[in-house]
Ligand binder design. Structure first.
Ligand code: TYM
Length: 334
């Protein structure tokens, strides 16, 4: 990787399908950054087993997520894309960092609280430790910027706190990372309930758009999206959460500003508005779906991407991990 470029790190969990939220909050920004930065994008599979998975479905989701990274336009020559479980340094650094993390810090994590409610029969310690693993992912590569959606901000704050705490004791070991959160698309809400975020694990499939949903499914889900009764396309998250969510989505896929979009739909009803949003999303996803279908038939290519990228990631990860091991006082390997 060229030394003069800043480093970007991010990841997505292979837990089912990739949503429009993942796409607009993360993936779509990643593609814009790939020429300017040295980017690493992992498939965060170690994170995924904090919730029980069916092994066959899990492997399929993992296989497809890498293809989706490539299908949205991430170039495997420019970006290091790999499976987190193939680079053991993530788990190793996570252990060290866990010894520098306070229980209280993890107990405060909103996502832990939410997930412990949702999966109340399986509140495992991995779920609790998840933000430490995420900090390890980021700090392992001396990351400058972390492009994520709004929901990951708190986890990123913890990564910064841990880096600062460690550096204070041992000197300059970790770079302090910054969040990179896009202006539009950073918080895509559920279509039928715009007070909560669009999420892969939502049981109501009409709440989520998967980026691989066929056009007719996308159209039908948008047509069913919740709005309000005053038939005015205006942005106001408090007064009009459903309409504002659709406006956000529309602007994220078209590149229009909110003002431009409001003007476009002035005097038009919600029927036309929803149809236009759906059409814009379908048009944006069409090339992605086409490339994905092509990649499915190209197993050898995918395997070569995995092999090359894993080695590159592992080499970089080793630099930081060796430094950390030395600093804490572990015996050098002979
Ligand atoms: P995950 O898999 O839940 O989500 C992946 C990315 O998608 C963003 N996102 C959204 N953005 C806008 N609106 C939404 N409704 C929405 N839902 C999800 C997330 O903010 C995220 O950027 N722990 C992480 C994965 C991870 C990671 C990391 C990220 C593991 N290690 C290191 C950054 C750095 C997660 O579960 O994301």
């Amino acid at each position: 990787m060229p030394d003069d470029k800043k480093i970007i790190f991010s990841g997505i969990q292979p837990s089912g399908f990739v949503t429009l939220g993942n796409y607009l909050g993360a993936l779509n920004n990643w593609t814009k950054l790939q020429h300017q930065y040295n980017c690493l994008y992992c498939i965060a599979d170690l994170h995924t087993i904090t919730v029980r998975q069916d092994p066959e479905k899990f492997r399929k989701a993992e296989r497809e997520l890498l293809m989706q990274y490539i299908a949205v336009g991430l170039d495997p020559e420019l970006n290091i894309m790999y499976y987190q479980s193939h680079v053991p340094q993530h788990a190793e650094l996570s252990w060290v960092l866990s010894c520098f993390t306070y229980m209280g810090e993890l107990q405060r994590m909103t996502q832990f609280k939410e997930k412990s409610q949702k999966y109340s029969d399986n509140i495992n310690s991995g779920l609790f430790m998840y933000p430490v693993l995420m900090a390890a992912d980021i700090l392992l590569y001396q990351t400058d910027l972390v492009p994520v959606g709004e929901d990951q901000r708190q986890h990123l704050e913890l990564a910064r706190d841990l880096a600062e705490r460690f550096n204070k004791i041992y000197g300059d070991v970790f770079k302090i990372p910054e969040a990179y959160i896009g202006k539009v698309g950073a918080r895509v809400m559920a279509l039928q309930n715009p007070s909560k975020k669009m999420s892969k694990s939502d049981e109501n499939r009409n709440n989520t758009i998967a980026i691989m949903d066929p056009p007719d499914v996308i159209m039908s889900k948008f047509k069913k999206a919740v709005t309000d009764s005053d038939n005015e396309v205006r942005y106001s998250v408090e007064e009009k959460p459903g309409v504002s969510n659709l406006l956000n989505i529309y602007c994220a896929v078209t590149g229009y500003t909110i003002e431009q979009a409001e003007k476009e739909f002035q005097g038009k009803g919600y029927g036309d508005f929803k149809k236009s949003v759906a059409e814009a999303v379908i048009a944006n996803l069409e090339p992605v779906q086409k490339r994905f279908a092509e990649l499915k038939n190209n197993k050898d290519y995918i395997e070569s991407v995995i092999k090359n990228n894993t080695e590159r990631a592992s080499k970089l990860a080793d630099r930081t991990l060796s430094k950390v091991y030395k600093k804490v006082g572990f015996m050098p390997r002979v």
